[in-house]
Design a protein around this ligand. Structure first.
Ligand SMILES: Nc1ncnc2c1ncn2[C@@H]1O[C@H](COP(=O)(O)OP(=O)(O)O)[C@@H](O)[C@H]1O
Ligand code: SF4
Ligand SMILES: [Mg+2]
Length: 339
């Protein structure tokens, strides 16, 4: 059976005043039915661009230059806009970053969820109401709040309503792009747990986009780590249990570990390279504590380190040593000074 989503050697570019930005540069991954994949990486590495391409909502200056996005086996990259509109909500739904962006302030939350239903299916009013109430219960919102306007909701409640709206037509794939960014930490946790519970209960196929490694480790069963428009490490839970790419090691160090709250957090010094004119060789080399001259010269391919687990680094055979060394904040500081 075909994967629900299969992204194959995808290249996406944006036209900018400074030239073309290669926002996504040869990315491949797949999500099978019922899988929860986390796409993780620092801001600007191309995560939202992938989400937009999957939903057919790239801005006018963005284009898919090459590659395929297969949804249930069918390439949707060149789908006519009218067909894409039909697929959105019904087949592929989005939980956007800020709930406020998703709701119109002049209609009640119920009216807006109803509108999404009416645009796609011809359910009678009673059935629509029943479905909306069911979903409100699922995301933990009281039914009497249905007639509220978005501004009467807290940020966390709006995001719950947004999740209800994304699920309303029982879509095959749900994409959540930084669904909790900007919310209070406790609310973030509640919402992520709620999404996870729904994913498990309904066996939903989901793509979660976040910059936070801990969130992915906590929630997802498959993971793609992105750096500067590329996937640098990909696989199941081994990716954060036995990370192989120095960038993944850096991301793991930068977020609190739920099992080890005493561990010192080390952020990766420096910034990702320009995507208009990316450096040749390994794109992480300027920030990598283990870089050699060879790294800045030759681009490392993504290779399998174990079945279903791959990474793009020239020194994968030294991964165990890198894991040990990366616990020392000093080596990151030194790499940062050199960069
Ligand atoms: N509309 C746009 N026009 C030009 N460049 C863009 C546009 N949107 C995003 N980019 C660039 O594409 C790259 C990837 O952005 P994005 O996909 O939003 O990253 P992420 O979601 O990982 O933070 C960044 O370098 C960003 O500056
Ligand atoms: S290829 Fe070199 S620079 Fe790139 S991650 Fe591996 S060691 Fe670091
Ligand atoms: Mg983004």
């Amino acid at each position: 059976m075909a994967s629900v989503l299969e992204v194959v050697d995808l290249h996406i570019r944006y036209g900018t005043g400074a030239g073309e930005a290669r926002a996504v540069d040869g990315v491949s991954f797949s999500i099978e039915a019922g899988e929860y994949l986390g796409l993780v990486g620092e801001s600007g590495c191309g995560k939202s661009t992938i989400a937009k391409a999957v939903l057919g909502i790239l801005p006018p200056n963005g284009r898919v230059a090459a590659g395929e996005i297969r949804f249930q086996g069918r390439d949707i990259v060149r789908l006519p806009p009218a067909e894409f509109r039909q697929m959105r909500w019904r087949d592929i739904a989005l939980v956007p970053q800020s709930a406020m962006n998703g709701f119109d302030p002049v209609y009640t939350v119920e009216q807006q969820i109803e509108e999404a239903i009416v645009a796609h299916v011809s359910w009678p009013a009673a059935e629509r109401r029943k479905r909306i109430e069911e979903l409100f219960a699922m995301v933990g919102l009281e039914r009497q709040r249905l007639s509220d306007y978005p501004h009467q909701f807290s940020g966390g409640m709006r995001q719950r309503a947004m999740i209800a709206m994304a699920m309303v037509l029982d879509p095959t794939l749900v994409v959540a792009d930084e669904p909790t960014t900007g919310l209070d930490v406790i609310v973030q946790d509640q919402i992520l747990q709620r999404i996870k519970a729904i994913q498990e209960q309904l066996q939903k196929t989901m793509l979660l986009i976040t910059h936070d490694m801990a969130v992915v480790a906590e929630n997802c069963d498959k993971i793609a780590v992105m750096y500067a428009g590329r996937v640098v490490e990909y696989g199941g839970k081994e990716v954060f249990r036995t990370p192989h790419h120095p960038y993944t090691l850096g991301l793991c160090n930068a977020f609190p570990d739920l099992d080890d709250r005493e561990r010192e957090l080390i952020s990766i010094p420096g910034a990702p390279p320009s995507l208009v004119d990316p450096p040749r060789g390994c794109r992480f080399a300027p920030r990598c504590p283990f870089a050699t001259p060879h790294c800045s010269d030759v681009d490392p391919p993504l290779v399998e380190v174990a079945p279903g687990h791959s990474a793009a680094c020239h020194y994968l055979d030294r991964a165990a040593e890198f894991r040990r060394m990366s616990e020392d904040p000093e080596i990151w500081r030194r790499a940062g000074e050199a960069a």
